[in-house]
Design a protein around this ligand. Structure first.
Ligand SMILES: Nc1ncnc2c1ncn2[C@@H]1O[C@H](COP(=O)(O)OP(=O)(O)OP(=O)(O)O)[C@@H](O)[C@H]1O
Ligand SMILES: [Mg+2]
Length: 438
């Protein structure tokens, strides 16, 4: 697919010039000279990246960033600020912009920046639709603790039934992995596993993703669209972060769960779909009910079979087996043949808190392997999460070197580096600027 780039700028000369530069990269370029027409193009086309001027006749670009992100959360926005107006750029990043450019000054940076933003877009999309992996089975779910053993046994049992499953547990405990394993072990494994992250969409988009829409149902609905509930027919629908689903959509979800019927946006008659639901949340749904954010009737409907995934700190026996698995995977990836792991490395792993659970453990191990010298993995290579505000000069240099090493490893790919460092992309950019690494 050819990436679609939208430029919003009322200075026509610049609009055309930028358009030409981007067309030379074979991007599909759309142009708008006001915020209003830019927003309507976002409805019409599947835009990937927006380049947006700060001063528009009908809007302030810094504020427009927020509107664009609300409308299309996977889209990345690059703000073009006037010369010498860095505060606008910083505010734009706080509003969710990917980065900013100083107009006229940064011409050679435009293309690389757009490519980086496109990578981020790809990542955003993966996060929204989740990875569906038909190779994940219960055997791939590693752990030797009694807690994980029990959890797996329960999940394997319920997998064979038609029952709705609610997966609960902190971030990084393996909810997505379990959802895949359950579908793959179920009689519905010949159908699709369709996954959607409810937290990644605005209400309107979520509804049209889930239930689909008719052509002309709203501005931008240029053709009929099949909803995910239909794609999941005869298969499984995995709704991740279900606690984030807006209340009126919860009512529609309840309806389809009870009757199998749903109504497409812009349609009057209802359609049918037969899917099995797996839902996941890292929130306490009872508390959400109490706060008025979650429907109690829906809760009872989805909480037929709850599987709680225990946090890593409650199953420390699993840390070493998980670590060994990740070490051998990364050794493979990095083509390391012989590797020594010191005892103090495991000891340090055992004593960490792992608030991000298995995901954090996995990232920490990959980071350590980037940092190690002469294929020896020791406690010193294990950096647990870098702080947002380095307090001393010493910390400052350690962090700078650390970031540099990670960036070298990722061959300059900043979003990959941010993931490995466990920080957001905006934070990484800020740090690069602070350290004069940009
Ligand atoms: N038992 C396990 N064995 C091996 N890898 C695992 C296991 N559990 C989780 N992982 C890995 O840990 C990472 C996090 O898992 P997953 O995405 O399933 O967590 P999650 O509970 O869905 O997190 P979140 O709430 O943040 O979405 C993934 O890379 C996954 O492959
Ligand atoms: Mg998940």
């Amino acid at each position: 697919m050819i990436p679609k780039i939208l430029i919003i700028d009322d200075e026509l000369k610049l609009l055309k010039l930028l358009g030409m530069i981007l067309q030379q990269e074979n991007f599909d370029v759309k142009e708008a000279s006001s915020a209003r027409s830019g927003l309507s193009m976002l409805d019409q086309f599947d835009i990937d990246v927006v380049l947006c001027d700060v001063k528009l006749p009908d809007a302030f670009g810094v504020a427009l960033v927020k509107e664009i992100k609300a409308k299309r959360p996977t889209v990345e926005v690059i703000l073009m600020t006037a010369y010498g107006n860095i505060p606008d750029g910083i505010q734009a990043m706080k509003n969710g912009a990917y980065d900013y450019l100083v107009k006229g000054d940064d011409n050679d940076k435009i293309i690389p920046l757009v490519y980086n933003a496109l990578e981020k877009v790809k990542e955003n999309r993966n996060r929204m639709y989740e990875k569906q992996d038909s190779s994940i089975s219960f055997e791939n779910i590693i752990g030797k603790s009694a807690a994980i053993f029990q959890t797996k046994k329960l999940a394997e049992k319920v997998a064979r039934t038609e029952a709705t499953v609610l997966l609960t547990g902190e971030t990084g405990t393996g909810k997505e992995v379990f959802a895949n394993a359950i579908h793959n072990a179920s009689p519905r494994n010949t159908g699709n596993l369709v996954a959607l992250n409810c937290s990644a969409f605005s209400k309107d988009i979520l509804e049209s993703e889930l239930f689909g829409h008719k052509k002309g149902a709203f501005t931008g609905a240029s053709s009929d669209k099949k909803g995910l509930v239909e794609e999941a027919n005869k298969g499984t629908l995995f709704l991740d972060e279900i606690g984030e689903m807006p209340l009126d959509l919860q009512a529609k979800l309840l309806r389809i769960l009870e009757s199998g019927e749903f109504i497409k946006i812009g349609e009057t008659k209802s359609s049918k779909s037969n899917f099995r639901l797996i839902a996941a949340t890292n929130r306490d749904l009872k508390e959400e009910i109490h706060k008025g954010n979650f429907r109690e009737d829906l809760y009872f409907r989805i909480n037929i079979f709850e599987i709680h995934l225990p946090p890593l700190r409650d199953r420390k026996e699993d840390i070493k087996v998980l670590a060994n698995e990740f070490i051998s995977r990364f050794a493979n990836k990095m083509q390391i043949k012989k590797l020594e792991v010191e005892d103090n490395f495991y000891q340090k792993l055992q004593s960490s808190e792992w608030k991000g659970n298995i995901r954090e453990l996995k990232n920490a191990i990959e980071r350590s392997m980037i940092m190690m010298e002469s294929n020896q993995l020791a406690a010193d290579n294990l950096y647990i999460e870098i702080s947002e505000n380095p307090s001393s000069l010493d910390m400052y240099t350690v962090e700078k070197q650390h970031i540099l090493k990670v960036l070298t490893y990722t061959k300059g790919n900043k979003s990959e580096a941010a993931r490995l460092l466990g920080i957001g992309i905006a934070t990484l950019y800020r740090k690069l600027e602070e350290y004069g690494l940009k």
